[in-house]
Design a protein around this ligand. Structure first.
Ligand SMILES: Nc1ncnc2c1ncn2[C@@H]1O[C@H](COP(=O)(O)OP(=O)(O)O)[C@@H](O)[C@H]1O
Ligand SMILES: [Mg+2]
Length: 279
């Protein structure tokens, strides 16, 4: 059961506030997940600080997506602990409760409403559970307009506010979807391969966007593009066979003999991709 500071039970997940007085917003401890006896996650430990921007890298099959599935409640671990702040046990919440509690996830494929304008897409996500009808037939309050404007500014789509979302470029759609997630004011944002398929310029702007979100939000980014990771990362976690192999700055990671050995030993191609061509 989830309780507030005074010990009374909290039922409405919107009212759940993670206790981050120790600086940590996400605790993943000794988490294992098996699929037919194969350990996709193996005693994994990960701590994300409140407001940090963390990059998660690792070869295909290392467990990155499974880890995101566990944090968002899509997959239940066989064992371990997953807490949001010190006190909220995420393993006791379902997927939608976790989202409402403040953990947003962006999938690779954008799911914007193509026929609606950029503005309306954000308006809809602002309405949340209140739904499409309430949102489209009620006048927006000044406060809501301001909030949408603020989000458009953040994602750099002010000029495109009244374009149908279907006319946006691939990169712009990705930003719109990040904007739609921001409407819920998540404390943690999980982003899986945000720059896949983007142009160089879009990739640069995405780096700026994600960097600007850190601080107010904690952002976890899974990405293969090492130049991109280098451009945004303060701390990088390397997953290997379902566990954390190394953690540190990008230069520490690239100089780490185990990281080099594992990727070089496994497959030269993924070594290049994962540790960077400069190694
Ligand atoms: N639903 C599933 N059923 C069986 N095996 C799975 C399932 N999901 C993931 N796996 C396996 O778990 C391992 C980790 O997968 P994944 O988390 O997708 O890795 P990554 O995202 O790092 O590429 C892989 O070997 C994958 O084949
Ligand atoms: Mg994956």
């Amino acid at each position: 059961m989830i309780v507030d500071k005074s010990g009374s039970p909290l039922t409405a997940t919107e009212n759940i506030k993670p206790d981050t007085r120790h600086g940590v917003i996400l605790y993943v401890e000794d988490v294992s997940v098996s699929f037919d006896g194969f350990k996709a996650l193996n005693d994994l430990n990960l701590y994300i600080n409140d407001g940090e921007l963390r990059c998660l890298i690792g070869a295909n099959g290392a467990g990155k997506t499974t880890l995101m599935d566990v944090i968002t409640g899509k997959t239940r671990p066989d064992k371990g602990k997953v807490n949001f702040g010190q006190q909220i046990d995420l393993l006791k919440l379902d997927e939608s409760e976790i989202a409402k509690a403040g953990i947003g996830r962006k999938f690779q494929k954008p799911t914007v409403f193509e026929a609606l304008s950029v503005f309306e897409n954000i308006e809809l996500s602002l309405a949340g559970d209140k739904g499409i009808l309430t949102s489209l037939f009620h006048k927006l309050s000044g406060e809501q307009r301001d909030r949408i404007g603020e989000i458009l500014q953040t994602i750099g789509l002010m000029k495109e506010a009244y374009y149908p979302a279907g006319r946006l470029s691939h990169g712009q759609k990705q930003w719109l979807e990040i904007g739609m997630l921001l409407a819920a004011e998540p404390r943690v944002l999980l982003v899986d391969e945000p720059v896949a398929g983007m142009t160089g310029q879009e990739t640069e702007r995405t780096a700026e966007l994600l960097t600007s979100l850190a601080g107010k939000h904690s952002v976890i980014v899974v990405e293969h593009d090492m130049a991109f990771v280098r451009s945004i990362a303060r701390k990088v976690t390397v997953l290997h066979q379902g566990s954390v192999l190394a953690e540190g700055s990008m230069s520490e990671i690239q100089a780490n003999p185990e990281v080099i050995k594992v990727y070089l030993g496994e497959d030269g191609g993924s070594a290049e991709k994962t540790v960077g061509a400069q190694a």
